[in-house]
Design a protein around this ligand. Structure first.
Ligand SMILES: [Zn+2]
Length: 559
């Protein structure tokens, strides 16, 4: 279809059906948008594992949809909240404000968690009490259990869709991670996430005063408990895996008895880590899919002409990458099982909503590096740096050179926050201190460069200047952005053995797939951006563009 015909049809539908929600011609049959985000699914993994996929999972999207094979996040800090917010809003962090999983809050002098909101407490699921260990170092920064999208400064496609038809559309988001669900639900949708304390899929008072019956009923079956005291075993014979030899590598993490090799042994809830182990296995993704199905039935998603959104973010690939690495046997297994989980979900949606009524969108919030030691085995120079130790070193250097004590107030990757008041009180020159820190960091193994908010002259035009600027929000970003060398690690030592978050290609590269009514199969190799996803959805359904969106319409999807 030519653009002009699309436009004519779109105009015709506006004139004939002024309150109908879909106005783009190719969207007229769509009743449900299923937005799938596979956390940490680096852009090459669908190709790497393609031969092992069945016909009805990922391949239904890659072979029957438009597959963008060179899609990238264009911001520097490729972390989970940043990527999800970008996919949801079509905006960069400079506009949507989610500059990192955590940022230092100068007003109250502490590190905060991106979606933390003390005024919107967790809504307890009746019958679920308990505490679990939190291995996620950024989530652990939260001081309250309240969660909301208050810190998300831009509107999402879902927000605009709901507004476009005065609230007829519904947006439901679910994930193993709170921040993923909250970002995708936007300001107007409903978010659910799995509690690593209880295994329940929960929400906060921002979304509900009390849970809908279908949520209580789904949780009452305690589906997350199915693996207590069992083992995670490979689904297929070992020789069917490309990475069969990569099970036992010394730099993988043994999660408190979960083990470094198959079979991995699940503990019990009273051990404190059981529900974390559930997320670090294919079971977490199966639970998210199951909860999504319950939402379709419970909320009648896709049952009428007002387009609804079901946004599911699968956390298993990312969790496994952090502990075992993206070239581990565990990674191949979790992607393979997710392929089957998706096939099952698609069959359910065919049945409940109808194959011709569902538009699928799939992408990821970031990619993933290989482990530094794995890359060293492959001939690369890599190093591990912890930001706390770096901050202590740098503070000592600044004190020696300028007589300013504790000039660095906080360093949580990627940002260094300087103590402006202390520097001024000691008569220090902030620009000179920035120069010292930038030069000192650049000379260290494992650090590629550091860039102040106002780059030094020789840094202008650098490959990384654009991504760092697009990540900058004046109230939340720090004074100096630190970039590790490719495949080097920058995070305090802990259970997490490998960390994404760099502006390097393995972290920015993700798949983008659109499949559904009116979309013709095509593989597209031109470079596109994750900010294009929400903009394209808005164009398909003729909504107001999300407020901070800067992406472009993906022309192969709209034709
Ligand atoms: Zn992530």
């Amino acid at each position: 279809m030519t653009p002009s015909r699309t436009l004519r049809l779109a105009l015709a539908s506006v004139l004939l059906f002024p309150v109908a929600s879909p106005i783009a011609a190719d969207a007229s049959d769509t009743r449900l948008v299923v937005q799938i985000t596979v956390d940490g699914l680096r852009g090459d993994l669908l190709s790497r594992y393609g031969r092992s996929f069945g016909p009805d999972g990922f391949r239904r999207l890659t072979e029957q949809g438009v597959w963008y094979t060179d899609a990238h996040h264009q911001h520097a800090n490729t972390e989970t909240i940043v990527g999800h917010a970008t996919l949801a809003t079509g905006a960069h962090p400079s506009e949507h404000g989610m500059v990192g999983n955590s940022w230092y809050n100068r007003a109250d002098g502490r590190l905060g968690y991106n979606i933390e909101d003390p005024d919107q407490a967790l809504l307890p699921v009746p019958g679920f009490e308990g505490e679990g260990d939190q291995l996620d170092p950024t989530q652990a920064a939260a001081e309250s259990n309240g969660r909301s999208p208050a810190n998300l400064l831009a509107s999402t496609f879902g927000d605009e869709l709901i507004k476009s038809n005065n609230g007829l559309s519904k947006v439901i988001a679910a994930s193993g991670k709170d921040r993923s669900a909250v970002a995708m639900a936007g300001h107007s949708g409903k978010a659910f996430w799995m509690s690593v304390a209880t295994g329940a899929y929960e929400s906060s008072t921002f979304y509900y005063d009390e849970y809908p019956d279908w949520v209580t009923a789904w949780n009452a079956d305690r589906p997350a408990d199915v693996a207590i005291a069992t083992e995670w075993r490979l689904a297929d014979p070992l020789d069917s895996y490309l990475l069969a030899a990569n099970d036992d590598r010394p730099y993988e993490t043994d999660l408190k008895g979960f083990g470094r090799t198959f079979p991995h042994r699940y503990g019990a809830p009273e051990d404190g880590l059981y529900y974390t182990q559930v997320v670090v296995s294919p079971l977490g993704d199966q639970l998210t899919a199951s909860f999504g199905k319950a939402a379709v039935l419970g909320e009648d998603l896709g049952k009428d002409d007002a387009v609804d959104i079901l946004s599911l973010s699968f956390s298993g690939v990312d969790a496994i990458n952090h502990f075992f690495g993206p070239s581990s046997l565990e990674n191949e297994e979790v992607v393979r099982v997710l392929d089957r989980t998706l096939a099952d979900l698609f069959a359910f949606l065919d049945q409940e909503v109808g194959r011709d009524h569902v538009l699928y969108v799939l992408s990821s919030d970031h990619g993933m590096p290989e482990m530094p030691e794995f890359m060293a085995d492959h001939g690369h120079d890599t190093a591990r740096n912890g930001h706390t130790a770096l901050a202590e070193d740098l503070n000592a250097e600044v004190a020696a050179a300028f007589g300013v004590e504790d000039a660095i107030k906080a360093f949580f990757r990627p940002y260094i926050y300087l103590d402006h008041e202390a520097i001024a009180a000691a008569g220090g020159d902030q620009r000179a201190i920035e120069r010292l820190i930038v030069d000192s960091l650049a000379a260290r193994p494992g650090i590629a460069m550091a860039m102040p908010s106002e780059p030094f002259p020789e840094q202008r035009g650098d490959f990384l200047e654009g991504p760092i600027r697009r990540n900058f929000h004046p109230a939340r970003s720090g004074d100096i952005y630190v970039v590790q060398s490719p495949y080097s690690f920058l995070l305090d030592p802990g259970a997490i053995a490998v960390m994404h978050g760099s502006p390097w290609r393995y972290d920015t590269h993700v798949p983008i797939l659109f499949a559904g009514p009116g979309i013709e199969a095509k593989q597209v190799s031109r470079q596109v951006a994750t900010v294009d996803v929400a903009v394209t959805l808005s164009a398909i359904f003729g909504t107001t563009m999300p407020s901070g969106a800067s992406g472009k319409v993906l022309s192969e999807v709209l034709r």
